[in-house]
Design a protein around this ligand. Structure first.
Ligand SMILES: NC(=O)C1=CN([C@@H]2O[C@H](COP(=O)(O)OP(=O)(O)OC[C@H]3O[C@@H](n4cnc5c(N)ncnc54)[C@H](O)[C@@H]3O)[C@@H](O)[C@H]2O)C=CC1
Ligand SMILES: O=C(O)C(=O)Cc1ccc(O)cc1
Length: 354
């Protein structure tokens, strides 16, 4: 039996083509909003998996209001073009990480380029989540001749999925994502690549800082070869700049005269410029660290204690100590309540420290 869905806040039916991480996440989010969703994928097993997760139906759709093309970047133009022809009244949008080549090739007024700035280092429907887009930017990239109703529908869907819409042109988008996504990805991969030379014992010292830097390096190789290849001009220009800075940093380290501080200061200034969720300036946050036994139920006890203390968790990370059944939970909270949380947890018997 299918659970009753709430009244839809966006018109359907919606056809999602490409039931991987992003397509299935869009589908799950739309289903939660009561939208009728149909699924299609070159791999029937991915449609089956997505449907079994509750993302929609594999049944064919006759007249979709919207088609969301969520296939790898290299397949977007062909897939969107075919969808525009097959469904002559539908708005068609995509989610590809690079927009220049896509928007140049697809000049139909019913096509609106899109790119949710949310994802994971895992691919496929099993990694999908209805909440993936919550609080994330969603770039909407119309062209001069794009139908205004089509733009409004795509922005309505992105907003309904919890995203904050950023309307921009394709060139600005590709320049921006080269800086905030594509080059950081390559730097993460380079850093992670260094670890292949490491002695196993050295890696036993790895902590959360390393994991933060290398997480995205675990992403799908094929997808990223595609993304970097599609945005090679913008990515290459930033790498040229980075190469000069790396050379300068290298000299500073060899001189050991303290001038490495200039690079560290510039890094701190860059961190401070990144907005928080919903595009606000970053709130002043602080961490409280709590040592926990790595046993079932321990985390939920900790969350309950934080709730009892009346504190909202902004973010959290768990750092397991290798070879020991304990872990350290970093609880990130508004700076103004960190001391209160520290005291409250200590009073309740937790090993908390700042
Ligand atoms: N992975 C991420 O974190 C993000 C990815 N994107 C973009 O989303 C799109 C999809 O990426 P993911 O969901 O991560 O990939 P994925 O590998 O999880 O899913 C892609 C799906 O498309 C299917 N597919 C491939 N070629 C097809 C074709 N010609 N027709 C129909 N289905 C086809 C595959 O079978 C697979 O199910 C890409 O364009 C990517 O640039 C956007 C934001 C974040
Ligand atoms: O995993 C993460 O944190 C990401 O930032 C994922 C991501 C990958 C590709 C995109 O085009 C947008 C976002």
């Amino acid at each position: 039996m299918t659970a009753a869905l709430p009244d839809a806040v966006v018109p359907g039916p919606v056809l999602v083509i490409g039931c991987g991480l992003i397509g299935t996440s869009v589908a799950l989010g739309l289903r939660d909003l009561g939208v009728q969703v149909h699924l299609r994928d070159a791999r029937p097993s991915n449609v089956e998996l997505a449907a079994s997760l509750g993302a929609g139906t594999a049944d064919p759709v006759e007249v979709p209001a919207l088609v969301v093309v969520a296939v790898p970047p290299a397949a977007v133009v062909e897939t969107a073009r075919a969808a525009l022809a097959e469904f002559p009244s539908a708005v068609v949008t995509d989610v590809a990480s690079v927009k220049g080549s896509v928007c140049e090739a697809l000049t139909d007024p019913r096509f609106v380029g899109g790119h949710p700035m949310a994802g994971k280092e895992r691919s496929g429907p099993m990694a999908a989540s209805a909440l993936l887009f919550e609080g994330r930017a969603w770039a909407v990239v119309p062209a001069d001749g794009t139908d205004l109703g089509a733009i409004a529908l795509v922005e309505q869907v992105a907003t309904a999925l919890g995203s904050v819409v950023r309307r921009m042109d394709a060139a600005s988008h590709d320049r921006a994502v080269a800086l905030v996504s594509h080059v950081p990805h390559l730097v993460s991969a380079l850093t992670a690549g260094l670890l292949t030379q490491a002695d196993g014992d050295d890696l036993a010292l790895a902590g959360q800082g390393l994991r933060d830097v290398i997480r995205i390096a675990g992403s799908d190789r094929g997808l990223w070869v595609d993304i970097i290849g599609s945005n090679a001009g913008q990515v290459g220009a930033i790498l040229d700049d980075l190469a000069v800075r790396l050379d300068d940093l290298r000299s500073a380290v060899h001189r050991a005269d303290g001038s490495v501080a200039e690079h560290l200061d510039r890094g701190r200034a860059g961190v401070a410029r990144v907005p928080g969720k919903h595009g606000e300036q970053p709130a002043a946050l602080a961490s409280v660290f709590v040592s926990i036994d790595d046993t079932p139920g321990e985390l939920s006890r900790l969350f309950a204690a934080i709730g009892d203390a009346g504190v909202n968790i902004e973010d959290m990370r768990i750092d397991h100590e290798l070879g020991r059944l304990v872990g350290v939970v970093e609880v990130v909270v508004q700076a103004g309540v960190a001391e209160h949380l520290h005291t409250a947890l200590t009073e309740r018997g937790w090993a908390a420290f700042r």
